[in-house]
Design a protein around this ligand. Sequence first.
Ligand code: AMP
Length: 194
Amino acid sequence: MKRLCVYCGSSPGNDPKFIEAAKSLGRRLAAGNIELVYGGADIGIMGTIANSVLANGGKVTGVIPKALCVKEVAHQSLTSLEVVEDMHERKARMSSLSDGFITLPGGLGTLEELFEMLTWSQLGFHRKPIGLLNIDGYFDGLLDFLDNSVRAGFVKEIHQSLLLVGNDPEELLSSMACYQSPIIDKWTSTDQAI
Ligand code: AMP
C-alpha cells in the first residue's frame, strides 16, 4: 500500500487517547513510507494526523471542497492540497488516490465516509481494504449494531467481513496488507474468496 486514506474527526474528541492514536498512526505511516490522503483540514483529529505524518518526514495529500477551505481551515503546509468543487468530488478523489482506507474516531462525516467505502466495496465498485481503528472501544456500539444488522438479515456476513477491525495501527496495517477481497455479488449467494 503506497497511499492510505484516513477518515477521522474534524473535532479532537474529549479523550487525549484519540489524539495519541492519530499521532501514532501518523508516525507509522511516515515510517512505512505510506502517503496519507485525507480531507485537508488543519483542525481536530484530521489536523493531528496530517501534522504527525509531516513531522515524521512523510507525505500528505489533502482534498478539500472550496466551500470548506475556511470552515475546516485548509492545511497550508501539506505536500499537496487539492481544492475541489464539492463533497462528492472530494470523496471520489480521496478514494481513487488511495490503496486502502482507515477510519479513526470521528463524527457524522467520518461515519458517512466509512460507510460509503463499505457500500462501494459491497457492490464491487472497489476491492481495497477498509480498516477501523477501534481506539478505546469508541466504535464498540457501532460494531454491535452491525452484528445486529446481520442477525436481522439486512447485512450478509461476507459484507460485514469487509470491515477489518484493529485496536492499534500495527495490527490493523498488517491485516490490511494481507487482505484478499472476496468476490461479491450482493444479490446472490455466490460469494467466494479470491
Ligand atoms: P466529522 O466526523 O463530522 O468531524 O467530519 C469529518 C470529515 O468528514 C470532515 O472533513 C467533513 O467535511 C467530512 N465529511 C464527508 N462527508 C460528509 C458529509 N456527508 N457530511 C458531513 N461531513 C462530511
